[in-house]
Design a protein around this ligand. Structure first.
Ligand code: ZN
Length: 240
């Protein structure tokens, strides 16, 4: 079984199409999505449609909750707030109902999915330190959890202590739990502008992270034409 896990598409259609094309060449059995399908980018409806077509499970991100009015926009900086209002206006009631149907967490025998953190999924905290990972490990009932939200790929492992790795290829230790941040499809922030996607094989514990280039200039032009903040276009090029 080969499972592709994607996150933080942020209405970036060119990035999502490039990632799907990559996935098509990887003998993938299932695609799972960790939320923030919309927000920031210029193609929320089309991205939502493509995610519904191909992702077996989707959990909600903070941008979905913001668009739905379930999250206080005071948490957002002015750019994110502007993008949230823009996105809400761009979506139909039926599309908003799709976002509303997504759960905050998804748990199956071998894996857990959550956008931010497991200790309080509705608050969308970040897991960036060993302590923050520890709080989620306390709630984790499966061998591995996949998360997004920070747009920075990293893997935390729980043995006697919480350790972390930024390796792109790892074999998870069957005796230790792990939390894998899969990075972002539509707005990477680790200095690499290419889309990030993770492939997981539950039988072997293999986790591979891949980076997929896409047509950034087309997305930038769409953002600049759309009335979304210019900053959102510029940041795509440097992956910050
Ligand atoms: Zn995000």
């Amino acid at each position: 079984m080969r499972i592709a896990i994607i996150s933080d598409i942020h209405a970036n259609l060119e990035a999502l199409e490039a990632v799907y094309e990559f996935i098509d060449g990887q003998s993938i059995d299932r695609i799972l999505c960790l939320g923030d399908v919309v927000g920031y980018g210029p193609d929320p409806s089309r991205c939502l449609e493509l995610i519904q077509e191909r992702c077996e499970v989707v959990v909600a991100g903070n941008h979905e909750h913001a668009v739905l009015g379930l999250l206080d926009l005071d948490y957002f900086n002015p750019v994110a707030r502007h993008a949230t209002h823009w996105t809400r206006d761009a979506l139909t009631e039926a599309e908003l109902n799709v976002l509303r149907s997504w759960p905050l967490t998804h748990v199956e025998e071998k894996l857990t999915l959550v956008h931010g953190s497991l200790d309080q999924p509705d608050l969308f905290d970040y897991i960036q330190t060993s302590w923050e990972a520890h709080l989620s490990f306390q709630q984790l009932k499966t061998p591995v959890a996949f998360i997004g939200h920070s747009h920075v790929p990293i893997t935390f492992m729980l043995t006697d202590v919480v350790d972390y790795s930024q390796e792109d290829r790892m074999q998870l230790d069957p005796g230790a739990q792990a939390i894998v941040n899969v990075g972002s499809v539509g707005q990477p922030r680790d200095g690499n502008p290419d889309s990030s996607v993770v492939i997981f094989e539950p039988e072997t514990g293999n986790v591979e992270r891949h980076r997929v280039p896409y047509d950034i200039q087309t997305v930038q032009a769409k953002i600049l034409e759309s009335g979304l903040p210019d900053f959102l276009a510029h940041r795509l090029a440097d992956g910050r």
